[in-house]
Design a protein around this ligand. Sequence first.
Ligand SMILES: [Zn+2]
Length: 146
Amino acid sequence: MTTTNRSITEALAAVRDAAERARAGTLDPQATREALLDAAALITLLDLRAFPLDGDDTREQVVVTVHGVDVSVRGRSRDLFVHVEDIRDDRDQQTLPLSVEVNNAGEMTYGQGWDTAPLCEGCWDLPAVDLTLMRCASCLGRRRRS
Ligand SMILES: [Zn+2]
C-alpha cells in the first residue's frame, strides 16, 4: 500500500515503523525503498516545506498544508509567528469556517479570507460560534442563563 492510498494517520505510522526497523537494523532493502517512497509521498501529501532564515527571522519558516489549510510557523526575535491561511476552494460558498484555538485561550471562528465570519443573529456584532443557532459566545452565554 502506498501513502497515497492511506490515511495520514496510517501513513505516519508506516513511516515511523520503518524508521524503527531501520534503527534496529531489520529493514531489508526492498522495505527501505518502500519506506523512502512512503516518506516522500507523505511529505507531498502534507505539502511540507521549509524556508531558510530571512530578514530578522531567528528560526526557519516551516509550512504544512492539512485539509486545505496552510499553517506556517517561523521564529522572530520577539516571538514565534504562526500564520494560518485557508486555501480551500469555496466558489460555492459551502466551506465551513475555521475555528482556531491558541494556548487553550478559547476558540475563535473565522470565515473565508474573501468573506467575513457570519455574524451572530442575536447581537449582529460578534462572529457566530454556533452556526446552527447563529449566535456568538456572548449571546449563547446569555441564552443559557435565562
Ligand atoms: Zn451575539
